[in-house]
Design a protein around this ligand. Sequence first.
Ligand SMILES: [Zn+2]
Length: 486
Amino acid sequence: MTASAAIYLRISEDRTGEEAGVTRQREDCERRAMDRGWDVVAVEQDNDVSAKGRQKRPGFERVLQLIEDGAVQVVIAWHLDRLQRNRRDEVRLYELCEKRKVVVSLVRGPDLEWETPTGRYLADNLGSLARLEIEQKSDRQKRAQAQAAQAGRRVGGRKAFGYTLGGTEVIEEEAAAVYDGYRALLAGEPLAEIARDWNSRGLTTGQRGNSGERKDVPSPFTRSSVRDVLLNPRNAALRSHVTEEDRERAREERRRVYACDHVVGPATWPPIVDEGTWRAAVDLLRDPRRRTAPANARALLTGVARCGTCGDTVHSGGAAMTQPLRIYRCRSMKHVSRAAEPVEAYVSAVVVSRLSRPDAADLLTDESKPDVGKLREKAVALRTRLDGAAQAFAAGAIELSQLTRITEDIKTRLTEVENELADAGRVDVLGPLVSSADVQAAWDRMSTARRRAVVDLLMVVRLHPPGRGTRTFRPESVEIEWVAGA
Ligand SMILES: [Zn+2]
């Protein structure tokens, strides 16, 4: 019995000229049907441009209907990336094919049968591979863009704060603000404070696009626009690439897309900060604790010092306006409750005296501060290996199972290196204090947020009850444990 087949075509935005046009797709698919002796009963197609976003693909829907109706036993497509646009469509197609025992035949790829677990595994992995290929393709587009930039032509896209519109050079004034922004953030300064600083320098958010395109009205910085600037991997001269598929998946999972999750490698433009600083900032900005932390000013030891009884962090209680005395207490409200000011004065004095010691500079030596340059080289090497493995697979030099294993292995090591880089960035917190000739004066000039970051980095503070009937401050009731290396 001759099997009936439907051909599915998708017209794509052909930016590189490397993709098969729809005519060629169709010819290839028809030849596949002829070779196999299949009877083509339908040819459906969608236009990629109109299919962008949430809109339905009518051609794809008709193919699903044909499968559902039992009208076809085979679906022919040129490549998997032509057939599936997002995870939801992928699953619908798989389930229907499995139910109706329909085979998907790919001109550029194998026949996919969903009846067996092996077939499903293969289809699943090819789906990820299709996404990988899309990323590699846009890598080529990016290279073309970089060449255009080097040749002096303007490259499209949004102007990044800190850089010129083409993105190849820094704008000194903006870059200086970005640099200071990282330092302030890592020292514990709230985003709103950084926004105020940038606005006071007369800086505004960037304008969009090339001439003729929509231009945003330059506006003052807010917490969220500062956050976006600091998260941008571009500032550490790292290239990122977010594919249409990535965006689609994020929409489905109702989360935002961040360029920092899609770093593909080093870039040619000059960095504003080193990778360690950038990674530390990303860590901090995406730490869920930071998101839930109150935005308003907090006392020095809030969320940092711990209750000596239950170990919970203490908070500064009592509205300052109505209560003359600020107090620290833990959530239980009954373990410890003590006047904030003497405790803060004591902890400040301990920090200043520690950082005034001649050996304070040791806190910043090689032991505590990893070599950022070396770590960065390591990260670059690992990312290159990741690319190499994907290319080896594409060229048929290694098996899918090998690719999976190699990829997992490299990614694990890459995560370790990235974490080390983030740690390296955090050490910058102490720099301004230790290098200062007058530590006390430098400490006094710091905002509470910065001081809190320093305390948190150096020590664990535990508060015990001051003792019944005591009027004088007893230092031993504030237990200070230095963290390793401090
Ligand atoms: Zn407690």
